[in-house]
Ligand binder design. Structure first.
Ligand SMILES: [Zn+2]
Length: 646
């Protein structure tokens, strides 16, 4: 009885009042969460007063064995610990281990694919790793160090901890077989005049230790390029006496390896706006193209010095045509075999335009030379030297040359982590290439060029878009060009020309990013913050939607009404933005009296939701309203962009 009374009492109670909605800020305009700023990396996006960066200087001696297609070298790395940490081990990048039997890359990238080794089995043989210790002023002791290899990285355990401010001297001897197809980064190819070698990612390189991640030990899997410390290089390369060598840096011993004629031609070229032959096509392979000393020895040693670079690469062949020109003290050079596409005769002209254009528009080229080498590698960049396919010609050769040389700015000058944030170099470079190409071909229209909003919208409609923030090796290879090159480039183009619609303001901020982070290691947050700092805009919504996500732009005119009263006519335009990425709205209204009016509504119209009613005093009833009539936006559904009075 008691139980029944309770049940009745409960049933007689009125239902509980529902709780009000409990929500967080899920707006596309909420602040982007970036790492907490500090004195190392500031909230303004600039390197702070406590910014530090490690330094790695290299002295390398290497010998190219053209009979065995192998390379043997030894190197001394002077590693300066500028971090506040005591290091008990260091990590090295061993990129040749990409080609080792059973490598991780082999599982990810099958043998026939671009970033694999074509079935070649190689990898490093490390003869020794040792520390150089000075016990007295004269006495030098060499201590063999223990190592642990993990795929393409190797940990070296130090015999003595390396304190903050300390300098470690490491000696390493190594050898490897040179693949023909080295993951489209390096390799060799046989021409009628002999083998042409492109040597890159070829010596054990110190990994980056930074404040963001400690040791950056991302594996080299193929698609992700590299991330290295800055330093000075002193490199001695021993090759057959008949060979010419092109390399990062300044040639230190031209008297020993060049003829007096070649040295005179180089001096002329340095002051010439137009291309000067150093070894003309008719001279290729002739004995008089090699110096007298080459008759005394089967090999010659070429010595190069490079300052403040993050890597060193080179090429060697007995059959190079060699030409050069100069721009403001920069020696612009091309090396290509006679069998290369005939358009390679214009390579130096393309290269000179690129160096000059990027220097004048963004940041002065800081190095003494810029070299384009024709060979088996399709297109790859290293400090002061790039490799482009000898098969490239015409617009394709211009495109690959201006792209690879654009990499001198990103990531050679601005040293971001390519394996984690490929868009930060490929995307920014592709963006710069748009203007370099237009400047060289002012009369050619590039409808489908990178940065084109409608071409991008078409790709997005395929449903295959991915966030550029994905690490390079996680992007589906056929989509790499779209996701890590075209998307960030199109994003910056959109920002510069449409969102800000102020190229001067954009350019100043972008230049400031380069200036602040030249020869340093910026993260994505440092870029986003620097741009917002310089532009005076909170662009959280844009960075998130474009770089971190695959949010789409879809603006729509839902309906239009005209309200007539004693004060006149008001057009009420009901707009919607059902896509995840808001954008400013460009509207064009056509009125019954034939007048056409345009208006730009700021992105803030979407602050309170994805619907917005725009009211405008007009002289006559609207008969047509269009969104984005200039086709500037990659709007994925253009069919809802137009309203026409029925
Ligand atoms: Zn590139």
């Amino acid at each position: 009885m008691l139980a029944l009374a309770l049940v009745v009492a409960v049933l007689q109670q009125s239902p509980p009042t529902p709780l009000p909605p409990q929500v967080g800020d899920t707006s596309p305009f909420r602040r982007l969460v970036l790492p907490t700023p500090g004195l190392v990396r500031e909230g303004s996006g600039r390197p702070g007063p406590r910014y530090w960066q490690q330094r790695a200087d290299y002295t390398i001696r290497a010998t190219l064995d053209t009979a065995r297609h192998s390379l043997r070298g030894d190197e001394t790395i002077r590693y300066g610990n500028n971090s506040p940490d005591t290091l008990r081990y260091v990590w090295l990048q061993l990129d040749q281990n990409l080609f080792a039997d059973g490598s991780r890359s082999e599982a990810l990238n099958p043998p026939g694919t671009r970033f694999a080794g074509g079935g070649f089995v190689g990898g490093y043989t490390i003869d020794y790793v040792r520390a150089v210790r000075r016990t007295g002023s004269q006495t030098v002791r060499r201590v063999s160090l223990g190592t642990t290899t993990n795929g393409t990285v190797m940990r070296v355990d130090l015999d003595e901890p390396l304190p903050p401010g300390g300098v470690l001297s490491l000696e390493i001897a190594y050898a490897f077989q040179i693949p023909e197809h080295g993951g489209d980064r390096m390799g060799r190819e046989q021409f009628p005049g002999g083998w042409l070698y492109e040597l890159a990612q070829w010596y054990p390189r110190l990994a980056v230790y930074d404040d963001v991640r400690g040791w950056n030990t991302e594996q080299y899997l193929g698609q992700g390029e590299f991330y290295l410390e800055y330093g000075d290089f002193d490199v001695a390369l021993t090759v057959p006496a008949s060979f010419l060598v092109a390399a990062t840096g300044t040639l230190l011993n031209p008297v020993a390896v060049l003829t007096p004629t070649q040295r005179a031609r180089l001096a002329t070229a340095l002051k010439s706006d137009t291309t000067v032959p150093i070894v003309a096509k008719a001279e290729v392979g002739q004995s008089f193209t090699r110096p007298r000393s080459s008759r005394l020895s089967p090999t010659l040693t070429w010595r190069f010095s490079a300052k403040n670079v993050r890597d060193f690469a080179w090429a060697a062949a007995p059959n190079f045509i060699w030409d050069a020109s100069g721009w403001q003290g920069v020696l612009v050079q091309s090396f290509y075999p006679p069998e290369a596409n005939a358009d390679w005769a214009r390579s130096t002209e393309f290269a000179r335009h690129s160096i000059k254009h990027y220097s004048e528009k963004w940041f002065r080229y800081p190095y003494p030379t810029a070299i384009n080498v024709a060979g088996p590698v399709g297109g790859m960049e290293y400090p002061m030297i790039v490799f482009c396919s000898h098969r490239s010609g015409g617009l394709g050769l211009f495109g690959v040359t201006t792209h690879e040389l654009g990499h001198e700015w990103f990531p050679m000058i601005v040293g971001s982590n390519e394996r984690l944030y490929m868009w930060q170099d490929e995307g920014f470079n592709t963006f710069m290439n748009i203007y370099s190409t237009r400047a060289f071909f002012p009369d050619v229209s590039f409808d489908r060029e990178r940065g084109n909003a409608q071409a991008w919208a078409q790709f997005v409609r395929s449903g295959r878009d991915e966030p550029p923030m994905l690490p390079a090796d996680r992007v589906d290879p056929p989509l790499l060009g779209q996701i890590e090159y075209n998307k960030p480039a199109t994003g910056l183009y959109l920002l510069r020309h449409y969102v800000l619609a102020d190229t001067t303001r954009f350019d100043a901020a972008f230049r400031e990013y380069i200036r602040r982070w030249a020869f340093k290691h910026p993260t994505p947050a440092d870029f986003f913050r620097t741009m917002e700092d310089g532009l005076g805009e909170d662009l959280s919504w844009f960075w998130r939607g474009w770089f971190y996500r695959t949010d789409v732009i879809d603006q729509a005119v839902d309906s239009v009404r005209a309200r007539n009263d004693s004060s006149g006519t008001t057009a009420l335009v009901y707009l919607a933005s059902p896509g995840g990425l808001p954008m400013p709205v460009d509207l064009r209204l056509t009125l019954a009296n034939g007048a056409v009016e345009t208006v730009r509504l700021p992105v803030e119209i979407w602050y309170r939701g994805n619907r917005y009613a725009y009211a405008r005093r007009v002289a006559a009833d609207p008969v047509k309203v269009e969104i984005d009539p200039g086709m500037n936006l990659p709007d994925v559904r253009r069919e809802n962009n137009v309203w026409v009075k029925q």
